[in-house]
Each structure stands twice: as structure tokens, then as C-alpha cells.
Design a protein around this ligand. Sequence first.
Ligand SMILES: *[C@@H]1O[C@H](CO)[C@@H](O)[C@H](O)[C@H]1NC(C)=O
Ligand SMILES: *[C@@H]1O[C@H](CO)[C@@H](O)[C@H](O)[C@H]1NC(C)=O
Ligand SMILES: *[C@@H]1O[C@H](CO)[C@@H](O)[C@H](O)[C@H]1NC(C)=O
Ligand SMILES: CC(=O)N[C@H]1CO[C@H](CO)[C@@H](O)[C@@H]1O
Length: 390
Amino acid sequence: MKSSVVVSLFASGAAAQVGPWGQCGGINWTGGTTCVSGYHCVYQNDWYSQCLPGADSTTLKTSTTSTKPTSTSTAPATTTSAAAKGKLKWLGINQSCAEFGQGTYPGTWGKDFTFPSTSSIQTHINDGYNIFRVAFAMERLVPNSLTGSPDAGYLKNLTDTVNFITNAGAYAILDPHNFGRYYGNIITDTTAFGAFWTTVAKQFASNSRVIFDTNNEYHDMDQTLVLNLNQAAINAIRGAGATSQYIFAEGNSYTGAWTWNTTNTNLAALSDPQNKLVYEMHQYLDSDGSGTSATCVSSDIGVQRIVGATSWLRANGKIGILGEYAGGANSVCQTAVTGLLDHLQANSDVWAGALWWAGGPWWGNYIFSFEPPSGTAYTYYNSLLKQYTP
Ligand SMILES: *[C@@H]1O[C@H](CO)[C@@H](O)[C@H](O)[C@H]1NC(C)=O
Ligand SMILES: *[C@@H]1O[C@H](CO)[C@@H](O)[C@H](O)[C@H]1NC(C)=O
Ligand SMILES: *[C@@H]1O[C@H](CO)[C@@H](O)[C@H](O)[C@H]1NC(C)=O
Ligand SMILES: CC(=O)N[C@H]1CO[C@H](CO)[C@@H](O)[C@@H]1O
């Protein structure tokens, strides 16, 4: 989607040579601008150039042949990269913690839940990430009923987080992290669900960088109900005057990409008068696909689990986004994640992007934590992932 060229830079400064994966350029960068032998400095964005494997070269590299790692000592070897067709529109990070303390409602700010760290989000934006999925609890936003009015304090904190992201030029996904449930009960009243979305969409109708995600991971629900809830949300959002924004629809079965082609095929019938509907799927790479183990099934499991969804999107003329994905900090997962991202990029006619699960200040030593500066996945995967930023 982006046609700008990626230029291999050289510089002949006297500064020390930069090691593998190190920063070698960018606005206000004062460090070295040449890479150690076997690496060359590649422009990523105006703020960041990076030493990637390969010899210096004077050739212009278009984004259709963007450089991918082949090996490194700090991050394990990757698969032989498929030639990418184009850049993804979005690459980003889930921002967790406002939905924490599930079951304790409203709960106490600072004890049961908190909001994402804006300085951490800024760090990601500096690295080129341009989309953030902000999880929240519907029970905290509208505590009394789906048709009720919002809690002013929670709405303000949520809005502050969203505005920080969108004022920085990135996209903010509003993610009711509710699994199609409210106070633990499956939402069956599509009219009330629509009322909830009318309330939310009115608050954000004028912010075109907000994205509405109808709900996180519907599961064990009637398939027609999932269709009807999504359609009620779309109708309500557009009816509230939020006509410029993207809407992300999720499916049943935890919106898994690997089962989408057998589970969620009826969702092809969703219709959006603005034609800005994106199908949000999730995919983890552990044996049961739950994202609870740091062990990936194999080094090509990322592609295996996603190819069926790619075919479905293309056959139905739809656009998808991988709203959650992750892998453990080990070489098998790293290769699988690389293959997954290469596949998305090579099919960017139907895949708009991907968001790592997850950042947020309270993840501690969680296996997939993408929270700077020391999150397990952040330290292991950031240098790889940011190569896929738009
Ligand atoms: C670069 O440095 C100047 C002077 O310190 C500062 O005003 C500007 O905001 C910096 N630009 C970026 C992109 O950090
Ligand atoms: C909102 O955030 C402030 C701190 O910025 C905190 O004092 C307050 O309790 C929070 N309220 C809610 C409902 O999240
Ligand atoms: C459905 O998707 C899965 C997972 O990507 C894939 O293995 C399978 O071949 C697909 N089936 C069909 C009928 O497309
Ligand atoms: C895969 C994963 O870690 N999922 C978690 C997402 O976040 C919710 C709560 O925020 C957890 O309950 C899930 O286990």
C-alpha cells in the first residue's frame, strides 16, 4: 500500500561501526551510520534506520523486495523470506490492562486494572508501529446496563489513552474485551448491543483514527447470533454518525484464523454502508492455539494456520487483520512468526496488518510481554517486528 522506496544508505562517518540490528540512522541520530561487515544500513522510517544482514549496495530496494533477516546471533535464524508483495497498512501492539480484574466490577483503578502507559506507546510509535488495540471492560464503561450511560471517569481515562495514540498519528482500536458477554452472560439482545455501540461511537464519531472492534473473541455462541451482533454494531456505529472509521468484526471460536474457513463463513454476509469493514482474526502458534505456551508447534506453523483464512478473504473479496498473534522467545517461534508476517505481507491485498499480543504495564514476566524496556517478547522480537512496520 505504500510505494515509497527503501534506500540502502551508506555513510562514511568516523563514528564506530554499528553491530547487527543496531540503529544506524534517523532524525537526530548521532551514533554510527555504518554497519559491521556483513550488514548494511537500511532506512526503516524517518526516525530509524537499522543494520540488517547483507552487503552494502548502491541499488535502490523497493518495498516489494524489502530486506529480511537471514541470520543473526542475537535473534535466531529465520525462514527464507518470501518476496513481499507490499507493505502492510498497519503493524501494532495490543495495549492491555484496562480490562484486567475480570469479574471484579467496577473494581479499583490502580489495583484491579489500570490504563496503558503512554510513554510505552510512544516508544512503539518511535519504532514505527502505527496501530494499538486498547482493551477495556464493557462492565466498567457502562456499569448499569448495555443501554445505560457511561461511567465518566473510566470513559475519560479510555479517551485520554485513545487521544494520545491518535494525536500521535497512529490508529487506536477500541476493544471491548468481553468475549461476547456482559457480566458473564452471553449477549443475546442485539438491540441493547447496538445501544452500547451508539453510546461509544457518539463519543468518538469525530476521530477518524479510531477503529471500532465489535467485541473480543466471541466463543461458544450461536453462529447466527455472532452475525447479528456484528451487524447490530455496524448499524449502530454508522447510525451514530461515525462514518469515516474502520470497523473490525470478530468471529466465533475466539475469532481464530485457523478455524475461520469452517466456523465463521456466514460472516461474509456482514454489510457496511461505508465499506470499511475489516475481519479481525487471532492466531497463536502453540499446540492448542490458545496462546498459553511459549512452545510453537513447528517453524512453519504460522503460515499453516493462516493460509486458509487468506484464501477465504480473497475468495470473498474481504480484508482481514490479525488482531492478536504471538510466539515464545525461542528460535522455532521466531521462524514461525517471521513466516507468518512474510505471508501477511506477501498477501497485503487481503491482509491489512497485525497486532502483537500484548503490551501493558502489568504484564510482568509474561511470556509474550511487549512492554518496553524489558518485556520478554519486546526484547526478543522488537528488532524483527519493526521491520514489518509500514
Ligand atoms: C530533533 O532535535 C531537535 C532539537 O533538539 C528537536 O527540536 C526535535 O524535536 C527533534 N526531532 C525529533 C524527531 O526528535
Ligand atoms: C482514571 O485515572 C486516574 C489517574 O490518571 C485515576 O486517579 C482514576 O482513579 C482513574 N479512574 C478510572 C475510573 O479509571
Ligand atoms: C482451512 O484453513 C486451514 C488453516 O489455515 C487449512 O489448513 C485448510 O486447508 C483450509 N481448508 C479449506 C477447505 O480451505
Ligand atoms: C493469549 C492471552 O494471553 N490471552 C489473554 C488476553 O487477556 C485476557 C485478559 O486481559 C486473558 O484472560 C487472556 O488469557
